[in-house]
Design a protein around this ligand. Structure first.
Ligand code: ADP
Ligand code: MG
Length: 213
């Protein structure tokens, strides 16, 4: 899986949020993406996922235009958003839906949830939106990891997690396939020790640093 971003420019009204971003995500890249609030990190991710059309420049995901081929590219990417979506159906129905629309097994979601110490049995009939912030995050992590995608994108996934939840998550990340690519947005680089091999720094819509670590 290769993502190519070339001279991406994205404006919201008068505001220039992505300002000529060029970046390639290669197979096996484990990228820590850092940058202050408002730098454009989430916007860049949403553009890769095909939710935003660029004002100019180009993005290719596995050779495809993410806006035109969004359904196809979303199948290839495991994504954890910064804010959990307001899903009304129960965990049980959500797992059922995911399993019928993909080739993920129910058991692997349940196993990953248990590895994240989410009491899935007790909460299985609860609507997703009624879980606590941390529990939602754990459940989204379980789904993302169960999918075994070629590209994982985590947008500040541990913000709501307790220390044990974080530790469990980092331990699970160690098991990811060497070939899979990861973009991990964080403000806590020190937590990712041993999990990343590249650091990308974004500031006011520009990449100001991109280096192997
Ligand atoms: N849908 C949107 N409409 C208008 N402005 C937006 C939208 N999404 C993000 N922005 C603006 O773009 C800038 C970058 O936001 P964002 O990509 O979320 O930053 P980060 O994830 O780095 O904190 C901010 O100034 C934010 O207000
Ligand atoms: Mg963000």
């Amino acid at each position: 899986m290769i993502v190519k971003i070339e001279h991406a420019i994205k404006n919201f009204g008068e505001v220039n949020v992505l300002d000529d971003v060029t970046l390639a995500i290669n197979e096996g890249d484990k990228i820590a993406m850092l940058g202050p609030n408002g730098a454009g990190k989430t916007t860049l991710i949403r553009a890769i996922l095909g939710y935003y059309k660029l004002n100019s420049g180009k993005i290719e995901v596995d050779g495809m235009d993410p806006v035109k081929e969004r359904t196809k590219i979303l199948k290839k990417i495991s994504f954890i958003p910064q804010l959990p979506p307001p899903i009304k159906i129960s965990l049980n129905d959500l797992i059922g839906y995911i399993c019928t629309t993909s080739d993920i097994e129910r058991e692997s979601i349940v196993q990953e949830a248990k590895d994240m110490e989410l009491d899935i049995d007790k909460n299985i009939n609860k609507p997703f939106f009624k879980l606590s912030g941390g529990m939602k995050q754990k459940f989204l992590i379980a789904i993302a990891l169960a999918r075994k995608s070629e590209l994982f994108i985590f947008d500040e996934p541990t913000a709501n997690l307790d220390p044990k939840g974080r530790e469990n998550f980092y331990n699970l990340l160690k098991n990811l396939d060497e070939k899979s690519s990861v973009v991990y947005i964080t403000h806590r680089l020190e937590d990712l020790e041993g999990l990343t091999n590249r650091l990308v720094y974004l500031d006011i819509g520009k990449i100001t640093d991109d280096k192997a670590i």
